[in-house]
Structure formats: C-alpha cells, structure tokens
Design a protein around this ligand. Structure first.
Ligand SMILES: [Zn+2]
Length: 136
C-alpha cells in the first residue's frame, strides 16, 4: 500500500502543485481520496480544485466539473493531504554529500511533503525561500 501511495502520490502532487499554482480549475477524475480523518478510502471520487482551493469532492459521474477545468485521470491513483515535516535543517553551509538547498524543495514534494518547519535557520529560509516557493 505504501509503495502504491508513494508512486501515485508523486504524480498527483506534482500535477496539482503545478497546475493549481497557475490559478485554474483542475478536476481529478475517478480518484481514490485518502481523507485522513480516520482509516478509510473514498474510491471513485471527483475532486475539484479552483484557484488553489478544493471546492468539491463527490462521487465520480455525479460531481459537476467546471467548464474549462483541466481534467486529470485519477483512475488507480490516490489523492491525500500533503504531509508536514516539522524538523528540517537546510544545508546552508554547503556540506558535501548533502542535497543543495534548491534540491530540498523537489525532494520534499517527491515524497509528498508540502509543508516544512525549518529549525534554527531563519536567515537561510529567507535566503532560500524562493526555490521552495517555486517548487511548491
Ligand atoms: Zn534539529
């Protein structure tokens, strides 16, 4: 299950982040939603995201898709809230063997993390905030 989530989550997250960031409506069609309120799955759902906000979640085929919305095939894929990493240190000192700051944002997104709490390096966050914002 975890392997499946990781594989499909990446494409949905990247798709939603890139598309939603462009301020247009996106419809995830026939996707399985992982609501995270308790242990359950909601299969065959349509999820509408409009200007960065979820505006509708409902059964596929019964949920209206706005005209002009980009339609993404969610069959055999899962959609879940982004994860949060609450203890992150950036590679502000350029240590070899560690990812560059610019690569962190992509690594977080590739693993489903859309929120990070950066510990102790406020100046680094401010300096490297733009790569995170671009990737998110
Ligand atoms: Zn620490």
């Amino acid at each position: 299950m975890i392997e499946i989530l990781g594989r499909v989550l990446v494409s949905l997250l990247l798709a939603s982040c890139c598309v939603v960031g462009q301020q247009q409506s996106v419809a995830f069609l026939d996707v399985t939603v992982v609501p995270m309120d308790r242990e359950r799955l909601l299969p065959h759902q349509t999820v509408i995201v409009d200007h960065g906000h979820i505006t509708a979640i409902g059964p596929a085929g019964k949920t209206r898709v706005p005209k002009g919305a980009q339609r993404l095939d969610g069959r055999d894929k899962f959609l879940m809230p982004g994860l949060a990493d609450m203890h992150v240190h950036l590679n502000v000192h350029g240590k070899d063997g560690f990812p560059r700051n610019e690569d962190y944002a992509t690594l977080f997104l590739a693993n489903g993390v859309t929120t990070v709490r950066i510990c102790g390096e406020t100046q680094a966050y401010l300096r490297f905030g733009s790569p995170f914002q671009r990737a998110m």
